[in-house]
Structures are given as C-alpha cells and as structure tokens.
Design a protein around this ligand. Structure first.
Ligand code: BJW
Length: 230
C-alpha cells in the first residue's frame, strides 16, 4: 500500500481471527449454525435463561484463551506502528488478538470476552473464571447481574460517536473478514465512501456490502492482509 493516505479506518470481523482457530458466525460451520441467536445473543435470552447464556460465553472465553494472533493481526499492528498517518482499528471481534499483536489505537465496538459487565451498576471487571448466575458483583455486591461485556442484538455498540467521527474524515477505509450482515458496522463503508474515502474489502469472498467498495481482494486474511498493507 502506497503511503499516501492521512487517516485510515480499518474495520475487522470474525474472518480475521478464523486462521487463529476461532469460529466465524455465518460460515457453514459457524457459531450461528450451532446455536440460535435468540437463545444466546440478546438481552431477552439472558433474562430468560441466564445460566444458559453464561455457559455459552464461558465456553467462548475458554476457547479464546489459548489462541494466538495470526499474520494478519501482526501486519495490522505493524501498519499502525510504522504508518506516517493515523490508523484507527475498529473491531467487531470480542477476542483479544489485535491488542496481543500490538495494535493500540483500537475500538472493540462489540465488547470484549475477557471482561464482565454488571447489569445492575455498569461496573466492568476481569472475566477470569467461569461466570455463574448467582455470583455477586465485586463493585456493588448485588447478585445475578454479571454478564460478559459483549454487545448483543438490540444493544448499542460501543464508541459510536468516535467511530462516526473517524469515518467522516478518513481517506481510506479497509474492511477485513466481515460478512457485512450486522449493522451498524455494515453501514460504515457507505459512510466512509460518502465522506470521500477510498474503500477496500479484504475478505475470503464478496461480502453483502460489495457494491460499496472501490476495490476488493478476496482470499485468506493471513495472505491478503500482509500483502495489501505492507
Ligand atoms: C474470512 C476467513 C479468512 C472466513 N480470511 N475472511 C432489521 C431487523 C432487526 C434488527 C436490525 C435490522 N437491521 C439492523 C438491525 C440491528 C441489528 C442487526 O444488524 N441485525 C441484522 C442481523 C439485520 N444490530 C444490532 O442490534 C446492533 N445494535 C444496534 O443496531 O443498535 C442500534 C444502533 C443504531 C444506529 C447506530 C448505532 C446503534 C448490535 C449488533 C451486535 C452484534 N453482536 C454479535 C455478537 C457479539 C458477541 C459474541 O461474539 O457472541 O457480534 S453478532 C456477531 O455478528 C458478532 C459479530 O461481531 C457480528 C459480525 O459478524 P462478522 O464478524 O461479520 O462475522 P461473519 O461470520 O458474519 O463473517 C465472517 C466473514 O469472514 C465471512 O464473509 C467469511 O467469508 C470471511 N472469512 N474465513 C478472510 N480466513
């Protein structure tokens, strides 16, 4: 990538972490082929069956502990460190692989699997052991409200103001490893393009938003991301 952009926004999704061994959501063997969104990823599901939801995320947390960043995460961290302009990475992923690779200017818009959130008082804490439904919050002491700090359907993703501000002034928008099915993230490409940015998709296959991209390179993230950004 020629160094001719001043402000880059990178949006990443589950496809980026697939080669680290984490499942995507909507691929053939993806997470949503095994469990129903309505049973695990909505506030209503948590209200109806809190321990069922916690068991699902206890498993996701355990899966994410042993995995390592891959060559694509590493290439994005090097880009941020070496690029003369500004690079903001917005990830939909709840895993910690961007930060483990060294990315620092990072927004976890759908939250983080290694943190808990208290439904009662809003305090965050480390998600360092399996959560059980009657556990008390270390901050307010109330029971029954501890949940993973992740954004479920119907909830507001994090740091939207900061993200839209960056989209409004970026001159390059790169979308990596996301199917473009989930809003508001799926709308970012149109937002960036409307503000005059060049838009690039790096994904295994054409996403839902393909018509909004000026350029698309399809292939595995560990191959196309280092080749594009370096
Ligand atoms: C590879 C690869 C390799 C594979 N290399 N590539 C109509 C009706 C009802 C609701 C709505 C509606 N329209 C919009 C909504 C709202 C709803 C929504 O979008 N629903 C759609 C399903 C229609 N959105 C929300 O509710 C959001 N909140 C909201 O909108 O608040 C109001 C608001 C309005 C305006 C502004 C701001 C706010 C919240 C969405 C929360 C999503 N949560 C989840 C779960 C998080 C916790 C967890 O992990 O369990 O987030 S769902 C899931 O999908 C997860 C992901 O971050 C997200 C996106 O998935 P992603 O990353 O794109 O993965 P996949 O699997 O879909 O795609 C992977 C891609 O990688 C594929 O293309 C592969 O080909 C590719 N790939 N291997 C490169 N090796």
């Amino acid at each position: 990538m020629a160094h001719r952009y001043e402000r880059i926004v990178i949006l990443t999704g589950a496809g980026l972490s697939a080669e680290s061994g984490l499942s995507t959501f909507r691929d053939k063997d993806g997470i949503w082929s095994k469990v129903r969104i309505e049973d695990v990823a909505t506030p209503e599901a948590f209200a109806r069956d809190p321990q069922g939801v916690l068991d699902f995320y206890n498993g996701r947390r355990n899966n994410s502990r042993g995995v390592e960043p891959n060559a694509a995460h590493a290439a994005l961290a090097r880009l941020e460190a070496d690029y003369p302009g500004e690079v903001l990475t917005v990830t939909q992923n709840i895993d910690p692989l961007h930060e483990r690779a060294g990315t620092t200017n990072l927004i976890h818009m759908h939250g983080e699997i290694l943190k808990t959130l208290c439904h009662h008082c809003g305090a965050r804490g480390p998600y360092d052991r399996d959560l059980m439904v009657h556990e008390a919050c270390g901050h307010c002491g109330r029971e029954g409200g501890l949940r993973p700090d992740v954004v479920w359907f119907g909830e507001m993703p994090y740091e939207m103001e900061r993200i839209y501000a960056a989209l409004g002034v970026c001159d390059l928008f790169i979308s990596i490893g996301t199917s473009g099915n989930v809003y508001p993230a799926a709308g970012f490409v149109a937002e960036a393009r409307g503000a005059g940015a060049r838009t690039v998709e790096l994904n295994l296959e054409p996403s839902e938003g393909i018509s909004h991209f000026d350029e698309a390179i399809h292939g595995k993230a560990t191959e196309v991301v280092p080749a594009y950004v370096e």
